[in-house]
Design a protein around this ligand. Structure first.
Ligand SMILES: O=C[C@H](O)COP(=O)(O)O
Length: 251
């Protein structure tokens, strides 16, 4: 049995004060970590405030990106070592917005995954296809290629302990969620890719999230599917009540 993991991805929203106010509002209402991992993915600016506010509670904190070197002349980047030092648990990498707007490549994502693990954090590795790719029948090959490239050179144990997120680009922020059936089928492609590259035992252990217009009203449909172990949620993670409702629905 894989433990559910619900991660909010705030993207580029909120101010430092709003971020801490959110953590204060939810931190004592988070279900036990025995039942569900409850994560907020924040802009780097608020990570310190959030880890301080969440200390000693069940709320876990994620960054939305990091660089793959720990230090050096990389103006404007954030070090995975420095992020880990704040007490951050996860880092989201390979989100389609990072790939599209900031030209993050499969190779970058692979290097970032290794750096995040080396610093004791857990990568949440995203993949997803465009509507054009889905309609062209390319989804399986594309998703499988993204996953193999992102995980290249990791050990089976490392892969078993990270988190994968399938987010069809056409369902992100559009209100147009993928059906639970399609989401499950494509999360199945992600799991089969892990099985092919790292063995069935690893594939049975790794947790796979679905993301794309997930809300408190539809999360149960996804969580009922065999290959879906959680959700990566944008819009519906921004308000405390909605975030808590997502957690309540799966605990
Ligand atoms: O990382 C989260 C996703 O991009 C989904 O965003 P959304 O829930 O606003 O569609």
């Amino acid at each position: 049995m894989r433990k559910p993991i619900i991660a909010g991805n705030w993207k580029m929203n909120k101010t430092a004060k709003e971020a801490v106010a959110f953590a204060e509002a939810v931190k004592n209402k988070i279900p036990s970590n025995d039942k569900v991992d409850s994560v907020i993915g924040s802009p780097a600016l608020f990570l310190q405030g959030l880890t301080e506010a969440a200390k000693g509670t069940e709320l876990q904190i994620s960054a939305q990106n990091c660089y793959f070197e720990n230090a050096g002349a990389f103006t404007g980047e954030n070090s995975p070592e420095a992020i880990a030092d704040l007490g951050v648990d996860y880092v989201i990498i390979g989100h389609s917005e990072r790939r599209q707007y900031f030209h993050e490549t499969d190779e970058d994502i692979n290097k970032k995954a290794k750096a995040i693990i080396d610093n004791g954090m857990t990568p949440i590795v995203c993949c997803g296809e465009t509507l054009e790719q889905r309609e062209g029948g390319e989804t399986e090959e594309w998703i499988s290629g993204q996953i193999s490239a992102a995980l290249k050179g990791l050990t089976a144990e490392q892969v078993a302990n990270l988190v994968l997120a399938y987010e069809p680009i056409w369902a992100i922020g559009t209100g147009k969620s993928s059906s639970a059936e399609i989401a499950n089928e494509t999360c199945g492609v992600v799991r089969q890719t892990v099985a092919k590259d790292f063995g069935q035992e690893t594939a049975d252990k790794v947790r796979i999230q679905y993301g794309g217009s997930v809300k408190p009203e539809n999360i149960k449909e996804y969580m009922a599917e065999e290959n879906i172990d959680g959700a990566l949620v944008g819009g519906a993670s921004l308000q405390p009540d909605s975030f808590l409702a997502l957690l309540e629905a799966v605990k």
